[in-house]
Design a protein around this ligand. Structure first.
Ligand SMILES: O=c1[nH]c(=O)c2nn[nH]c2[nH]1
Length: 295
């Protein structure tokens, strides 16, 4: 037997950084959870108990905090590239670093109609993520994503015309609730070097804002024929809005709200156009995935 693949490092490295603008007193915060895994000529640490090739995971953790102190931690695409590039520059036997950054969304409070200088609210669950592979040979591939953005529309969604056979019980509907937890990702054209990522640093926040606005607008305004049809339109829009992206990927759970027949009680009407009270389902849920690429 032989090592066919190996990577190791530190996961769940929680980092918080504050920027204090002395002139305005405005403070800005960033919080993220980092996973950094190293790949390279490390097989003998598995096969021969040879620790001489091991950059300790503790050192990986230390490096994350040191670079967070010495460099900007935002946008997360920049920091992931900086972190991964550090390891392949510093250690000649490390040939790739796999970095995942989950950034937590501290939204500045508005108090008495004004942005508060140092107070924030966390949007429950929504994160902005980056997964990057920094490779000595293949350059820097980065996928950015929005995860955990929960949305619901109370109408404007239909689902009919699907396969009807001896396995089908689902009634067709022209008016249903649609709810999902958005997982939307966009993959950037590969960057040759960290300097190329640095040169594009202004594009990452704009792309995230565009992807988030597009997702919400299409979700709200599309007269949805299905999750599939709506997510495709979202993907097309993001490709058009962010030319440096190659592929857009969505994974959308269909979080069902079932109609509830109450007619057993004095003939109460609560289905079809009379439906008002529904039963939100924890599971099973639909899961609709797609990747949309250029051309
Ligand atoms: O939007 C939908 N897509 C589907 O594939 C599906 N299947 N059941 N309900 C569904 N809704």
């Amino acid at each position: 037997p032989h090592v066919s693949a190996a990577r190791y490092g530190k996961d769940n490295v929680r980092v918080y950084k504050v920027h204090r603008d002395q002139s305005t007193g405005v403070q800005t915060v960033a919080e993220m959870t980092v996973c950094c895994l190293l790949e390279g000529d490390i097989e003998t640490s598995y096969t021969k108990a040879d620790n001489s090739v091991v950059v300790a995971t503790d050192s990986v953790k230390n490096t994350i905090y040191l670079l967070a102190k010495q460099s900007p931690v935002t946008p997360p695409e920049y920091f992931a590239s900086l972190l991964g590039s550090h390891f392949i520059k510093k250690y000649s036997h490390i040939h790739a670093a796999h970095v995942k950054i989950i950034t937590h969304h501290w939204e500045r409070m508005t108090i008495d109609g004004k942005p508060h200088p140092h107070s924030f609210v966390k949007n429950a669950g929504e994160t902005r993520n980056v997964e990057a592979t920094i490779s000595r040979k293949d350059g820097i591939s980065i996928t950015s994503s929005i995860v955990g953005l929960s949305v619901l529309k109370s109408t404007g969604s239909a689902f009919h015309g699907f396969v009807r056979d001896e396995y089908t019980t689902l009634p067709e509907t022209w008016d249903r609730i649609l709810s999902t937890d958005v997982d939307a990702g966009w993959t950037w054209k590969t960057f040759g070097t960290h300097e190329a990522v640095q040169a594009s640093v202004g594009k990452f926040d704009k792309a995230w804002e565009a992807a988030r606005d597009i997702t919400l607008k299409r979700f709200a305004t599309d007269d949805s024929a299905s999750v599939q049809a709506t997510m495709y339109k979202m993907s097309e829009d993001i490709l058009a809005a962010v030319p440096e992206t190659e592929t857009v990927t969505y994974a959308l759970p269909n979080k069902h709200y079932f109609e509830l027949d109450l007619s057993w009680h004095k003939g109460i009407k609560n289905t079809g156009t009379d439906a008002e009270v529904y039963v939100p389902q924890s599971g099973p849920n639909g899961l609709i995935k797609c990747s949309v690429s250029r051309g």
